[in-house]
Structure formats: C-alpha cells, structure tokens
Write a protein that binds this ligand. Structure first.
Ligand code: NAP
Length: 295
C-alpha cells in the first residue's frame, strides 16, 4: 500500500511526485509512455522561468524526473486501465496498485482532425509530433494544420529544414505573441488561411490535401496541431468531469471524490502550460498530504 499514487508522468505528475516524496510519503508514479509527457516532445520552451535562453523540453523533463527520483519517488511503467477509488486501487496492466490517496495527472493528447485519409496515413506522412517526426522531412514540403501556439511552434521548428505551409481554418490565428511574428517573417513558411482540409489522399510517395474551398495541396508530410483532448476516457463515471472530459477540480485540485486530486492539463482550467502543470502538481501533493494527515 502506497501513501500516494500519481497517475501520469508529465510535469504535473513529476512535480507532485517530487513534493510528495520529499514530504516523506511513500509515493509511486505510474506512466505508460515516457516521463515528461507532451513537454518532452517540445523542442524548446521559451516561457519557463529561469532559462533566459530557453530550455529544451526533453532536457527540462529529464531534470524534473531526476529531482523527483533523488527524493525517493518510485516509478512504474504501465497503463492504468481502471480505477476503483472506493477500494483505493487502480489496475495497471492487470495488476492492482493500492494507495491511500491519488493524484490524477493524466495530461492531454493531440486531437485528431477526424477526416478521411487521416488515420490511414498515420506514420505514412501524417504526424501529430513535429519534434518526433520532423527530421524525416529534411528538404521536403510539409503542411502544419492549426492556428494555435502549437501549430506556430511546429511550423517554426519544421522551417529549419523543410518548406512549410501553415493551414488554418480561420483567417485570424489563435496564437499570439513573438513566435507568430517570427513565423510571419520566416521565408520557409507560407500561409493558407481560411482553408479547411476535408480529406487526405495518398499519391505515390506523397500526400494530397483537398480543401472544402475547392483547391488542393501536395505535400510530403502533414503535421496536425489542432488542439488537445484530455486522457480521461477510462475515468468516465468515476468522478465529475465536463463534457469534453476535463476533470472538475478547483485551484486546490480537489476532485468530487475525497482523497483524489487532479493536476495539470487534464484539469479544467484556463491556462495549460508546463508552469501551471507544475504548480498544480505541487498543490495536489500538498493537499493529498493534508488529506492523509486528517484521515
Ligand atoms: P489550441 O490553442 O486549442 O489551438 C487549436 C487550433 O486548432 C485552433 O487554431 C483551432 O482553430 C484549430 N482547430 C481545432 N479543431 C480544428 C479542426 N477540427 N480543424 C481545423 N482546425 C482546428 O491548441 P494548441 O495550439 O495545441 O495549444 C494548447 C494549449 O497549450 C493552449 O493553451 C496554448 O496556449 C498552450 N501552448 C502554449 C505554448 C507556449 O506558450 N509556448 C506552446 C504550445 C501550446 P480556431 O482557432 O478556429 O478555434
């Protein structure tokens, strides 16, 4: 029996693990993929305080993990498939792990467009991670779909070695700030605004994107960056969440179930960044500790 089980190993979970372990609680962190979550697939963070020149996402996340490990955080790699908070257990690849309190730091994953030709071409030209797959497109033509911060950052990253077309459904970008200006000034990025991709077709070794507006574009790869969805499907019915699947918890990270706390991108909140995830993780560990002392 652990004192605290943290589900998810992104910046929220790693920070919760650091705080909980450092406070002396026997803490286990369960992660199905690799530590660091989405932040580990970010080339460079320019707005995480303390790094005037920016910091690499994988580098920062590795440091988060090492720091938590140094305080005795235990880690288990596996997928949580079911929870029974009444019995205080979670099922990880068929094995039950018991804890007195839980911190849900499940993060979010990239949203799919849901158009014909998308799923069929994942790994064959369609990608959701520019920093993971961008290097395959050196000297090639790629499209980035989306108008938020992720799309702009993906376009800037890919423009280092590929010719990029940024496609957004509206004529106005959602992203704001210095990165947008840099992208606008980058000669390797051109823009197709007010365009909706309605299907993706394979043509030889390349892809053709057809637009609702009637045109089409040939590219070697397409990077989809149209937002994120929380990874909370398996929790449906276990605690309160909104229609989109974000867990309802206030700034104190308490969920509708006593002893269960929520941190990071899977929580309903206005700003999803590494720093707000880390902040949630610290609060959740503190609140879980308080819960354990009171119960
Ligand atoms: P986002 O801000 O939700 O933007 C998603 C973009 O995709 C929007 O432009 C949206 O269009 C478009 N979109 C959504 N569904 C679509 C569809 N079915 N077809 C075509 N386009 C679609 O998502 P994000 O860029 O991944 O960012 C997520 C969060 O992380 C945000 O809070 C963002 O600020 C933050 N973030 C911050 C940084 C940073 O500060 N450095 C970097 C990355 C991400 P509309 O605009 O028309 O809705």
């Amino acid at each position: 029996m652990f004192d605290i089980a943290v589900l998810g190993g992104g910046p929220a979970g790693l920070t919760a693990g650091l705080y909980a372990a450092r406070a002396g609680y026997r803490t286990i962190l369960i992660e199905r993929g690799f530590a660091g979550g989405q932040a580990s697939t970010t080339d460079k963070l320019e707005n995480y305080p303390g790094f005037p020149g920016g910091v690499g996402g994988p580098e920062l996340m590795m440091a988060f993990e090492q720091q938590a490990q140094a305080f005795g955080l235990e880690e288990k790699y596996g997928e949580v498939t079911a929870v029974d908070f009444a019995r205080r257990v979670v099922a990880v690849d068929g094995e039950e792990i018991s804890a007195r309190a839980f911190i849900l730091a499940l993060g979010a994953k990239r949203r799919e467009l849901g158009i014909p030709g998308e799923t069929e071409n994942i790994g064959r030209g369609v990608s959701y991670c520019a920093t993971c797959d961008g290097a395959f497109y050196r000297g090639k033509r790629v499209a980035v779909i989306g108008g938020g911060d992720t799309a702009i950052e993906d376009a800037l990253y890919l423009a280092r070695f590929a010719q990029v077309t940024l496609i957004h459904r509206r004529t106005e970008l959602r992203a704001r700030g210095a990165a947008v200006q840099r992208a606008k000034e980058n000669p390797a990025i051109d823009w197709m605004l007010g365009r909706n991709v309605q299907s993706i077709h394979r043509e030889g070794g390349a892809l053709r994107l057809d637009f609702k507006e009637g045109e089409s574009l040939g590219v070697d790869g397409v990077f989809v960056a149209v937002g994120t969805v929380p990874q909370t499907e398996f929790l449906r019915g276990a605690l309160e969440m909104d229609a989109a699947g974000y867990i309802l918890a206030g700034e104190d990270t308490s969920t509708s179930v006593p002893g269960v706390f929520c941190a990071g991108d899977c929580r309903k909140k206005p700003l999803r960044q590494v720093i707000t995830a880390a902040s949630d993780g610290a609060v959740a560990a503190y609140m879980a500790g308080r819960y354990l002392e009171e119960n």
